[in-house]
Design a binder for this molecule. Structure first.
Ligand SMILES: NC(=O)c1ccc[n+]([C@@H]2O[C@H](COP(=O)([O-])OP(=O)(O)OC[C@H]3O[C@@H](n4cnc5c(N)ncnc54)[C@H](OP(=O)(O)O)[C@@H]3O)[C@@H](O)[C@H]2O)c1
Ligand SMILES: *[C@@H]1O[C@H](CO)[C@@H](O)[C@H](O)[C@H]1NC(C)=O
Ligand SMILES: *[C@@H]1O[C@H](CO)[C@@H](O)[C@H](O)[C@H]1NC(C)=O
Ligand SMILES: *[C@@H]1O[C@H](CO)[C@@H](O)[C@H](O)[C@H]1NC(C)=O
Length: 318
């Protein structure tokens, strides 16, 4: 009996330490204040985007919540203001699944806001389908929408000196590939709708984020703007809201134990957004608040350039 109790005790102890050290991960330690600076966070009405927005508002930044739903965006606006104690928070509608919406967001923003110091491309979706412009949903929202947004705002970022672009990608990019044939014929990374096929396309779209950071870094070489991509960790958010309820039920116990909460999940984004002295890691990929190596496919110069040119065409920039 006592051996049994000992084993149970040891298991609980190890589990406790695992959760509080490994799962929790490192925190952003920068105390940087952001008074007089302006930040955009896409998809900030829920999940890690909302937590990121609250933290940046507490640091004094003027925070633009760029969200697609007026209802959810305005509810988040109240919450971010309340939890940060700041009234320098604004909601501006942005649907990354519509090139028209991205353009009108950029126009409104550039007209009404004189500065842009940090752009956080956080919004992401896990769902097959088509965007308003007929692009594959995850390719269109996770990649093309942010591609166009970043390009339309680039001059303002450059004008503001040492500004930053932060791209929330995912570890899932390790399983990603870019099927240029499929992109050329179907304007999508893949077509299947089973869970595994969706997971593949999600991973592909997250590889796009990293290749973009890679190419953008090169294009920003002569400027003071730096860019970073990152994996935020596995986090309990609404990301799986469109997933089959059986899969969700099976995942539930795992996520409760192994996944971070949104406060823990926002730390690497915050690190890339505010940590002093990381400029030497321009264009690199972060995880657990540290710079990490990526596989060759995530720093493939030729693929990054090809994807950039295709994205210029599909977003109507070229
Ligand atoms: N959760 C994880 O374990 C995990 C792991 C690795 C990477 N990530 C990445 O972290 C980022 C944030 O995800 P999360 O976990 O916080 O998920 P979430 O809770 O689902 O939040 C995603 C946000 O993106 C927004 N969004 C979706 N489609 C949009 C569109 N067309 N236009 C504008 N906004 C749109 C959502 O708005 P609505 O509420 O209106 O849908 C929501 O605000 C994503 O890029 C995701 O890929 C998450
Ligand atoms: C994150 O870093 C901390 C501190 O170095 C470490 O203890 C923890 O295991 C790491 N977590 C992950 C998921 O890598
Ligand atoms: C936030 O909301 C709570 C409850 O609704 C209220 O008591 C509190 O004063 C609010 N705080 C701020 C800073 O608005
Ligand atoms: C972020 O990702 C988007 C879409 O993949 C891309 O267009 C943009 O250039 C990227 N920016 C950075 C800093 O990586």
């Amino acid at each position: 009996m006592s051996t049994f109790m000992l084993v149970v005790g040891a298991v609980i102890g190890v589990a406790y330490i695992y959760r509080h050290v490994v799962v929790k991960g490192k925190r952003c330690t920068s105390e940087a204040k952001l008074h007089g600076k302006t930040v955009i966070v896409t998809g900030s009405n829920t999940g890690i985007g909302k937590t990121t927005a609250i933290d940046l508002a507490k640091r004094g930044a003027r925070v633009i919540l760029a969200c697609r739903s007026k209802l959810r965006g305005e509810a988040a606006l109240e919450e971010v203001k309340n939890k940060s104690g700041s009234n320098q928070v604004v909601f501006m509608p942005l649907d990354l699944g519509s090139l028209q919406s991205v353009r009108s967001f950029a126009e409104t923003f550039l007209k009404s806001e004189p500065r842009l110091d940090i752009l956080i491309n956080n919004a992401g979706i896990f769902l097959q389908g088509r965007t308003e412009d007929g692009l594959g949903m995850m390719f269109g929202v996770n990649h093309i929408g942010h591609f166009l947004l970043t390009n339309l705002l680039l001059d303002r970022l450059k004008e503001c000196g040492s500004s930053r672009v932060v791209n929330v990608s995912s570890m899932a990019h390790n399983f990603g590939k870019i099927d240029f044939d499929c992109l050329n014929t179907h304007k999508a990374l893949g077509l299947g709708t089973s869970f595994m096929q969706q997971l593949q396309v999600y991973s592909d779209s997250k590889l796009c984020n990293i290749l973009f950071t890679h190419e953008l870094a090169k294009r920003l070489q002569e400027t003071k703007v730096t860019c970073y991509s990152l994996h935020p960790g596995a986090i309990n958010t609404e990301l799986t809201r469109n997933t089959d309820s059986l899969i969700k039920m099976l995942l539930k116990p795992l996520t409760l134990f192994f996944f971070k909460n949104t406060d823990q999940g926002a730390q690497t984004t915050l690190h890339c957004a505010v940590q002093e002295g990381i400029e030497l890691f321009h264009g690199r990929y972060f995880s657990n608040c540290s710079v990490k190596q990526v596989y060759a496919k995530a720093k493939d110069d030729a693929a990054a350039k090809k994807l950039w040119e295709l994205s210029e065409r599909l977003s109507g920039l070229a």
